[in-house]
Design a binder for this molecule. Structure first.
Ligand SMILES: Cc1cc2nc3c(=O)[nH]c(=O)nc-3n(C[C@H](O)[C@H](O)[C@H](O)COP(=O)(O)O)c2cc1C
Length: 456
């Protein structure tokens, strides 16, 4: 079924030895190192000049991170990112979270964890860890691969997703002033250590609170402290709090209500910082609406991976094809390309067959490589049959070529060869940002003195 394509794409999957030839020093933050406390005292104008300005980004080849695909464990692996990049050239792609310890202990096997094909730029490595020494070493080791940004996620927490969560968990324990202060200091120090060992921007991804520690002021204290202690100038805000007790990570992504008003208040109260909004945005319509309301950047998770069954407050059915397919034209204003699923799959087939079994022990196998494709035909004729055929083909097919031959007969040519519709499907999520400015919390008044006392 699949015709052979021009496979230059595959030959460009290279390892660190080749990648190190490239230099990406576009966002040097050297000017911010040294006395970190001073960094907050720089004029807003001076700081802004170090940020992701459109001019710098475009001159440096990549467009700004107006749209990014969220880090998702077991989902945003190399295979998924390969597929995503075939569909969108401009979206920023985040890796799955990689523990600093993994990088340090696998020093002789780093390509397995860190190598990526150059097409995946702009790409962000998300690192996690609770040991400053390992974070420093891991960052240094990752430098050889030339990620465009390092994003930090702390593992210093009981069962949650962000350093912020742990921080607030500490704060929730009576008499936990010391732990809290230690943790705040740790996140600031972690960011300093990471920044000191790389010359690409460093960013933090966090939630807006945890349990009943969900006031806007507490969130601001965190942002204020981390940006004071480190050169961090860009925060990715997952706009719902985390519930610690008895709520699964999955439910934690749907049950806590979205509070986009906190995000927009951060834009007002920290004009010298950059913020990306994340959580529950499930279409390019929603992305553009968030940006029209002032968001610097928008990060989309589940809707860029699989069909979206339920994302509160909206229940929208969408697919990665519809989400990613419109990013370049509808978000970045690039010329519309008449790309079809057939073309994407031709190139993906070449990639998949070139990496099958290369990690050892038969991995990645066909199932690993098909996983990112499972939402591609969502709600299209033939999707159900295709999935049933796929189940059987996982057992019998040894190559992606044979897998496609076996299964794609289920999908009509009219689906395979249809370009994206001229306009992205409406989702209704644009309304989410319409009246937010009336809901913003009271402005944050930096509590310098109290914070200094608490966290000295
Ligand atoms: C399967 C899965 C794995 C995730 N893994 C991570 C992770 O490794 N690091 C992280 O910061 N967030 C992780 N997240 C959270 C997402 O990055 C994102 O913040 C969350 O899904 C909300 O965005 P969305 O509503 O657009 O999906 C994960 C989410 C999912 C669904």
């Amino acid at each position: 079924m699949m015709k052979s394509a021009g496979y230059s794409f595959v030959s460009s999957f290279i390892t660190v030895n080749a990648i190190t030839l490239k230099q990406h020093n576009r966002f040097s933050l050297n000017g911010f190192r040294g006395n970190l406390a001073k960094s907050r005292k720089l004029s807003a104008g001076a700081q802004r000049s170090q940020l992701y300005t459109e001019a710098t980004m475009v001159a440096g080849k990549y467009y700004p991170p107006w749209f990014s695909v969220a880090p998702m464990m077991d989902w945003t692996d190399h295979h998924y990112r390969t597929l995503a990049r075939l569909i969108t050239k401009h979206a920023w792609l985040y890796t799955e979270m990689l523990a600093a310890e993994t990088i340090v202990y696998q020093e002789d096997n780093l390509d397995r964890f860190l190598a990526f094909s150059p097409e995946q730029h702009p790409i962000v490595l998300q690192i996690g860890g609770n040991n400053l020494e390992n974070l420093a070493k891991a960052t240094k080791l990752a430098n050889a691969y030339h990620y465009d940004e390092i994003n930090f996620k702390s593992l210093w927490m009981p069962k949650s997703e962000s350093s912020w969560t742990w921080l607030l968990w500490c704060a929730s324990n009576a008499g936990s002033k010391d732990i809290c202060s230690m943790t705040l200091k740790f996140v600031g120090e972690a960011m300093s250590v990471i920044a000191a060992n790389t010359n690409v921007p460093v960013t933090v991804k966090c939630r807006i609170g945890v349990d009943n520690h969900d006031s806007y002021n507490e969130l601001c204290d965190f942002i204020y402290k981390v940006s004071s202690l480190s050169p961090t100038r860009h925060f990715i805000i997952h706009s719902r709090k985390a519930l610690l007790n008895g709520v699964s990570p999955r439910d934690n992504r749907t049950i806590p209500p979205l509070k986009y008003e906190y995000y927009y208040a951060l834009l007002r109260d920290f004009p010298d910082l950059q913020f990306t909004i994340n959580g529950g945005i499930n279409s390019v319509e929603g992305v553009n609406a968030a940006r029209r309301a002032g968001a610097h950047g928008v990060m989309v998770g589940r809707a860029a991976y699989n069909k979206v069954l339920e994302l509160r407050p909206f229940c929208v059915l969408n697919s990665p094809w519809n989400t990613l397919g419109y990013v370049d034209s509808a978000v970045y204003g690039a010329a519309y390309t008449y790309i079809t699923r057939h073309q994407v799959l031709e190139q993906y087939e070449a990639y998949a067959d070139s990496v099958l079994g290369t990690y050892g022990n038969g991995r990645p196998n066909i199932r690993d490589l098909v996983k990112p494709l499972l939402g591609l035909f969502y709600s299209e004729p033939g999707n159900g049959l295709w999935k049933r055929k796929a189940d059987a083909a996982f057992q019998s097919c040894k190559t992606m070529k044979s897998f496609f031959k076996e299964t794609l007969v289920a999908i009509p040519d009219s689906v395979l060869d249809a370009p994206l519709a001229a306009e992205a499907p409406a989702s209704g999520s644009g309304d989410a940002f319409a009246n937010l400015h009336d809901l913003l919390p009271q402005p944050y008044t930096a509590r310098d003195r109290e914070l200094q006392e608490l966290y000295a």
